[in-house]
Design a protein around this ligand. Structure first.
Ligand code: PBG
Length: 324
């Protein structure tokens, strides 16, 4: 054959392939989500997330130091609130001595350089397991935004570097930015969950925090997975309202959305490789049906290739280990 072009030339051997690789992962791409519990020496393996733990602050501190030494520069915090602190106002969410606030302080104290991001939504504190305040069976927007503002300010005050609203209420990014400005938190960033879909892939996470909705679903605030343009609208609105980073969530089933958002905004885009996506890989690997290590690297590389500048993933540690 006479061929003008032989694309296989660029795939000839590992050295050539690495020279022309368009996408590479590095430890500073990752944000590690952490589940925090009250008490001491608590280490609870989440049944639907094998190899992943909920820990008390002492254990979290040890882990954070280790993560930093591995090159992981950011953690995203979630807390499990005890049932007796749950109500329909979310007020425990802005308790200055609450578990989240204590955790932020403890981490920043032990490892000041670690970039601490905090989940902002009412679901861990809600008797209904919803991300907002419930009135007559509805999740009300504006009253919830007021609560989220208080929650964000209390995280900023405790020392969070970024607050990460994951609730999908309208107008919350603008309201949080305004409150941060008015209270002189001029260094606190906002990572907005801009395109967060109503997804079945959050199931294991809700086990981890015991935060499954008590009635109904989250479809009146989280997005319909049938939609793409709406994600761009949400991301552009959040950018305009003052978000520093916009997020798409979940990741693997939404690579088109990550790309579309990346092409539309002028700020970094993050993607959340969520609990159910972790569980899928773990379960198939356990059955011996896929190679776990290869699945991790292929998945995370795809998410970055789609346009994610940052990836929140439960596999951050594994990925760093596999890359080195
Ligand atoms: C709560 C929140 C959820 C996740 C992050 N923040 C669950 C939900 O919206 O029900 C999911 C994370 C994951 O599945 O890994 N607002």
């Amino acid at each position: 054959m006479y061929l003008q072009k032989r694309p296989r030339i660029l795939r000839n051997n590992p050295a050539i392939r690495s020279l022309v690789a368009e996408t590479t992962l590095t430890p500073s791409d990752f944000i590690l989500p952490m589940f925090i519990d009250e008490g001491e020496n608590v280490e609870f393996e989440i049944p639907s997330m094998p190899g992943y733990y909920r820990r008390s602050i002492d254990g979290i501190i040890k882990e954070v130091k280790e993560l930093w030494s591995m090159g992981i520069k950011s953690v995203l915090l979630f807390v499990k609130a005890p049932d007796e602190l749950k109500d329909n106002t979310g007020k425990e969410a802005w308790n200055p001595d609450g578990l989240m606030q204590k955790s932020i302080k403890a981490i920043k104290n032990a490892m000041p350089e670690m970039v601490v991001m905090t989940d902002v939504a009412l679901d861990p504190y809600s008797v209904y397991g919803h991300d907002g305040i419930v009135e007559n069976g509805e999740i009300v927007n504006d009253a919830t935004v007021e609560a989220l503002v208080k929650m964000s300010l209390s995280h900023a005050k405790a020392g969070a570097d970024f607050v990460a609203p994951s609730d999908m209420m309208d107008g919350r990014i603008g309201a949080i930015r305004k409150a941060l400005e008015e209270n002189n938190f001029t260094k606190t960033g906002i990572m907005a969950y801009s395109a967060k879909y109503a997804s079945c892939f959050y199931g294991p996470f809700r086990d981890a925090l015991d935060s499954a909705p008590g009635f109904g679903d989250k479809k009146t605030y989280q997005m319909d997975y049938a939609n793409r343009i709406e994600a761009v609208k949400e991301a552009l609105m959040d950018e305009k309202e003052g978000a520093d980073i916009v997020m798409v969530k979940p990741a693997m089933a939404y690579l088109d959305i990550i790309r579309e958002v990346k092409n539309s905004v002028h700020i970094p885009v993050s993607a959340y490789h969520v609990s159910g996506e972790y569980a899928l890989i773990k379960a198939a690997a356990k059955m011996g049906w896929i190679n776990e290590e290869k699945a991790i690297l292929e998945s995370l590389t795809s998410i970055k290739r789609a346009g994610a500048d940052l990836i929140a993933t439960y596999f951050a540690r594994d990925a760093v280990r596999l890359l080195s």
